[in-house]
Write a new protein. Structure first.
Length: 86
């Protein structure tokens, strides 16, 4: 009878550990997805601002550099997500 109790306790402990690990993984994935969406929206917003801004070559170059920088950030986030899946 004692062995069955110990087995049940061990199984419950293992299930609890697995549940905590799964929850942590899901929260990390949710955060990464939110970061990706934020970066994507920033890229789209800056691109729209660059298109709609008055014709100022220096200003447009600065906007273009910002957009390229955000696209690089978005690419980095996607790479991290791919690595976590493996």
């Amino acid at each position: 009878m004692q062995i069955r109790k110990e087995a049940a306790v061990n199984k419950l402990s293992s299930n609890s550990t697995n549940l905590q690990a799964s929850r942590s993984h899901i929260q990390g994935t949710d955060f990464e997805q939110g970061s990706t969406n934020l970066a994507k929206n920033q890229v789209l917003s800056r691109a729209a601002q660059a298109i709609l801004s008055p014709s100022q070559p220096v200003g447009q170059a600065a906007h273009a550099a910002d957009v390229v920088g955000l696209e690089g950030h978005l690419s980095t986030i996607r790479s991290r997500q791919e690595r976590r899946r493996w």
